[in-house]
Design a protein. Structure first.
Lengths: 121, 106
C-alpha cells in the first residue's frame, strides 16, 4: 500500500525557518518525481515545487523561488521542503504528492495527509 | 506560469442534477489537464487525468472533456457524496491548479 506521511509542521515565528518532511512507503520511491502542494486555510490548492527521481532537477512556482528548497533522500525514502524567512502568508497545510504519469500526462494520484505550518508571533 | 481559471467559484445543486464545471488555461495545454475532488479536512482525490480519462475506481457519472484551453468536468446524476470542492490542474508546463469550485447542496 502506497503511503505518504508528512511531518515537521508547527508554529513558527515570522522570519523563522522550518523543514517539513514526507516519509514514503509501499512503492519504489527513487523511481518517481515528487511534489509539494500547499493549501492555506479556507483557500485553494497551490503547487509549490517538484523534484526529479534522482534529485538532479528541481522546479518551483515563480512566487516561491528563493525561500523554498525541495530535496530528497532516496536511501531514506524521504522528501523534504525547507522554508526560510517564513511569512504569515506561508501558513498552510503542506501536502506531499507522488508526481506520476501515463505517457507524458502527469498527475497526483497519491497524497499524504498534510502537515500544518502556522506562521505567527 | 500557466494560469488556470475555474467557473463558477461556487455552485448549488440538488441530488440527481447534472453539474458542469469549466476550467480555462491561459495558454494551450493540449490535454494535460487533471481534475480532483476534495472534501473538508482531506487530501484531494484524483478523478480525471489527461482531460478525459477516468481514474480507476471513480464512478462513471464523472466525465471530463476538452483540449487546448477549455475544459469541462461533468457530474451526471449528482449523489450526496459528491458535495465537495473540485479543482482542475495542468501539467503541461510545471504544475498549477485552478482556484476551485465549491459544490454545495441546494
Amino acid at each position: 500500500e502506497v503511503q505518504l506521511v508528512e511531518s515537521g509542521g508547527g508554529l513558527v515565528q515570522p522570519g523563522g525557518s522550518l523543514r517539513v518532511s514526507c516519509a514514503a512507503s509501499g512503492f519504489t520511491f527513487s523511481t518517481y518525481w515528487m511534489s509539494w502542494v500547499r493549501q492555506a486555510p479556507g483557500k485553494g490548492l497551490e503547487w509549490v515545487a517538484n523534484i526529479r527521481q534522482d534529485g538532479s532537477d528541481k522546479y518551483y512556482v515563480d512566487s516561491m523561488k528563493g525561500r523554498f528548497t525541495i530535496s530528497r533522500d532516496n536511501a531514506k525514502n524521504s522528501l523534504y521542503l525547507q522554508i526560510n524567512s517564513l511569512r504569515a502568508e506561508d501558513t498552510a497545510v503542506y501536502y506531499c504528492a507522488r508526481d506520476e504519469g501515463v505517457g507524458n500526462h502527469y498527475f497526483f494520484h497519491y497524497w499524504g495527509q498534510g502537515t500544518l505550518v502556522t506562521v505567527s508571533s | 506560469d500557466i494560469q488556470m481559471t475555474q467557473s463558477p467559484s461556487s455552485l448549488s445543486a440538488s441530488v440527481g442534477d447534472r453539474v458542469t464545471i469549466t476550467c480555462r488555461a491561459s495558454q494551450n495545454i493540449n490535454t494535460y489537464l487533471n481534475w480532483y475532488q476534495q472534501k473538508p479536512g482531506k487530501a484531494p482525490k484524483l478523478l480525471i487525468y489527461a482531460a478525459s480519462s477516468l481514474q480507476s475506481g471513480v464512478p462513471s457519472r464523472f466525465s471530463g472533456s476538452g483540449s487546448g484551453t477549455d475544459f469541462t468536468l461533468t457530474i451526471n446524476s449528482l449523489q450526496p457524496e459528491d458535495f465537495a470542492s473540485y479543482y482542475c490542474q495542468q501539467s503541461s508546463i510545471l504544475r498549477s491548479f485552478g482556484q476551485g469550485t465549491k459544490l454545495e447542496a441546494k
